[in-house]
Design a protein around this ligand. Structure first.
Ligand SMILES: Nc1ncnc2c1ncn2[C@@H]1O[C@H](COP(=O)(O)OP(=O)(O)OP(=O)(O)O)[C@@H](O)[C@H]1O
Length: 279
């Protein structure tokens, strides 16, 4: 079974984001950006460095205000938090146990203790963390800390899940294990997900749809549907001939943008050096 309804969950229109950096120079991170994400879709964003992926996610999370334009997220259930975010690095509280970290969102919203026990117990089980419920983050490996972050995000039961390169700091084996775990959890809940990665393989493995972004200023350059049935088996999927075709398609779209981003970054270095030499 593939996913998604035709109902729109996230709707972005005419989004612009500009930053003024020291010296008065303006960086246009996103320009005239439009995006609709259907309810229950697992959307993955790929794009060259600096194209505005994190800025977009931070605006979706309400951590950054747009310069202009609008972001709409449909609230399906009263009282539910709008989003939960999982970052690349450690995003759990070092002073809290695994259990308390996973329960954090529910505790702060005053969910009854018995419901917290059921929900947190379920997600710690699903991520293999039950034996470590009383451990503290410094006693865990990087992969286990990311599992806590994922368990917390799902336990929080948000309207949408935002993930910014959650596995990029992990080794290949841990990455594959966590991708499989995330797929399993997601297939159980069918939350609307916006997930950023630099890995084309990860994008094809996880997503229903991939958005390739242009070099700065970031815009949606192409959308690629990923038609593989769910539930997915990470290793089996990678043996399919269609898998390789989609990976190729994405690279074909990305290549030009990565080259543009590289040229932009080299031009910035030249400008900076010129300024420095003029002093
Ligand atoms: N707070 C800020 N102040 C100034 N410029 C910023 C700020 N945040 C982001 N930028 C700039 O906006 C542009 C987009 O940054 P962003 O981090 O969103 O890109 P990205 O696509 O996530 O990059 P990467 O893939 O390297 O993580 C970059 O040029 C960045 O330097």
């Amino acid at each position: 079974m593939t996913t998604t309804t035709t109902e729109t969950k996230i709707s972005i229109r005419g989004l612009n984001k500009r930053f003024t950096v020291p010296g008065g120079h303006v960086v246009t991170a996103l320009e005239d950006f439009d995006l609709d994400v259907p309810k229950g879709q697992f959307l993955v964003i790929v794009g060259p460095s600096g194209c505005g992926k994190t800025t977009l996610l931070r605006m979706l999370a309400g951590l950054e205000a747009p310069t202009s334009g609008s972001i709409g997220i449909v609230q399906d259930q009263q009282g539910r938090p709008e989003n939960s975010m999982v970052f690349q690095g450690d995003s759990i509280f070092p002073w809290m146990s695994v259990w308390d970290n996973a329960a954090y969102g529910l505790t702060t919203r005053g969910v009854p203790k018995a419901a917290i026990k059921d929900t947190v117990g379920h997600y710690l089980d699903a991520t293999g963390l039950t034996p470590f419920a009383d451990a503290y983050p410094h006693q865990l490996s990087g992969g286990m800390r990311q599992r806590v972050s994922i368990a917390r995000a799902f336990a929080n039961d948000p309207e949408i899940l935002l993930m910014d390169e959650p596995f990029s700091a992990l080794d290949e084996q841990n990455k594959t294990l966590l991708q499989a775990e995330l797929l399993r959890l997601w297939e159980e809940t069918r939350k609307t997900v916006v997930f950023i990665t630099h890995s084309v393989d990860e994008a094809v493995t996880m997503s229903d749809r991939i958005m390739v972004m242009s070099a700065q200023p970031g815009r949606a350059k192409a959308f690629i549907d990923v038609p593989f049935e769910r539930p997915r088996d990470v290793l089996e999927l990678r043996q399919k001939p269609e898998y390789g075709e989609i990976v190729y398609d994405i690279w074909a779209q990305l290549k030009e943008e990565v080259e543009k981003a590289k040229a932009q970054s080299e031009a910035r270095v030249v400008r900076r050096n010129r300024k420095f030499l003029k002093r």
